[in-house]
Ligand binder design. Structure first.
Ligand SMILES: Cc1cc2nc3c(=O)[nH]c(=O)nc-3n(C[C@H](O)[C@H](O)[C@H](O)COP(=O)(O)OP(=O)(O)OC[C@H]3O[C@@H](n4cnc5c(N)ncnc54)[C@H](O)[C@@H]3O)c2cc1C
Length: 299
């Protein structure tokens, strides 16, 4: 039995959403296909009547600066993000996270939209975006018009491998604020040497330093997998922001809070819960110290 019967190549978001709405559950969006087609081939996803290719929509391929934000289209590939100077300047954590996805072949076709829509809590691009406090643009078709709405990234996740987009909705873009003085981010992950696809653990930090680099004015920390959906270490963020001085003891307290808040699991193919617990500390210390060092270059 074929995995799909019809393959559509729309050139606008309206056209893509009209086709998807017409087929309902019997159609799926496809971008690079590096998650979806493999899932279908391995029987983890049932065959469908139609695939709707989103990479033929020109508007989803842009990376632009607009109104104090960097805006990235859903069909932009990991390779394009990794090599983009605007993303490197304003969202280093995303450059670093997209830069380690798979190998060159996967990065050349795998998209940021597919990485997020696949909704795995450890997806590298997702962790990078989450640390940047990114918003996702969800476009909805009402049978006539397309309405595009910016919403918090976390709002589209419903559980491991599940997003809450309806049959008449798709992800069209992501955006995060351009960098201000004293702000910097970093991403790192731990992968099995022979590993493909998902890491044992990934983490990203995005810090804004105040008082000439001596205290944390704002912090966003993302870790995955550390729960059913991509995880923000909010307790650690609060500890960093509340402190009057930035020192090793503060980092240690923040790391302990993140370890306590994270919902870690043992996974058969990757790592034990206990190992991941230790690695939360290793990775957070790394991404925090890199962010601090980068942010202090502004002072
Ligand atoms: C060998 C290999 C190594 C990999 N390594 C990594 C890794 O290191 N880190 C990592 O995070 N991932 C990894 N992956 C997973 C995968 O490559 C990425 O998640 C990739 O970003 C998926 O994007 P895609 O364009 O291929 O998505 P697709 O497979 O085309 O789509 C994925 C899902 O998203 C939906 N979708 C796609 N675009 C949209 C849209 N615009 N709106 C709504 N829904 C949409 C599809 O319907 C599907 O459900 C790897 C995969 C392979 C095969």
């Amino acid at each position: 039995m074929p995995l799909w019967k019809e393959y559509f190549t729309p050139t606008t978001v309206a056209e893509a959403l009209a086709i998807r709405s017409r087929y309902g559950h019997d159609a799926l969006f496809v971008a690079g296909g590096t998650d979806l087609v493999l899932d279908m081939q391995h029987g983890n996803h049932a065959p469908v009547m139609a695939l709707v290719d989103v990479t033929t929509i020109g508007a989803l391929h842009q990376i632009v600066e607009a109104e104090d934000h960097v805006v990235i289209g859903a069909a932009v590939t990991h390779a394009e993000i990794e090599s983009n100077p605007l993303v490197r300047e304003h969202g280093t954590a995303l450059t670093e996270s997209c830069g380690v996805v798979g190998g060159p072949q996967v990065r050349n076709v795998g998209t940021i939209g597919g990485n997020v829509a696949h909704a795995l809590p450890a997806a590298d691009g997702t962790i990078g975006l989450l640390a940047l406090n990114a918003e996702v643009q969800v476009s909805t078709f009402d049978g006539n018009l397309v309405n595009a709405v910016w919403q918090p990234l976390l709002s589209i996740f419903a559980g491991p491998g599940k997003n809450n987009l309806g049959d008449n909705q798709m992800v069209t873009a992501f955006r995060f604020h351009t960098r201000h003085l004293g702000q910097a981010s970093a991403f790192d992950r731990i992968m099995r040497p022979q590993g493909v696809a998902l890491p044992i653990l990934g983490a990203a930090a995005n810090l804004t330093l105040g008082d000439g680099g001596l205290r944390v004015a704002a912090a966003t920390l993302a870790i995955g997998p550390a729960g059913p959906i991509p995880f923000r270490a909010t307790a650690a963020e609060q500890i960093l922001q509340d402190a009057v001085a930035l020192d090793d003891a503060l980092i240690e307290r923040a790391v302990l809070a993140a370890q306590e808040q994270a919902e870690l699991r043992t996974s058969k193919h990757r790592a034990s819960k206990e190992y991941r617990h230790e690695m939360v500390a290793v990775l957070l210390q790394r991404v925090l110290s890199r962010s601090i060092e980068r942010a202090r270059r502004d002072f």
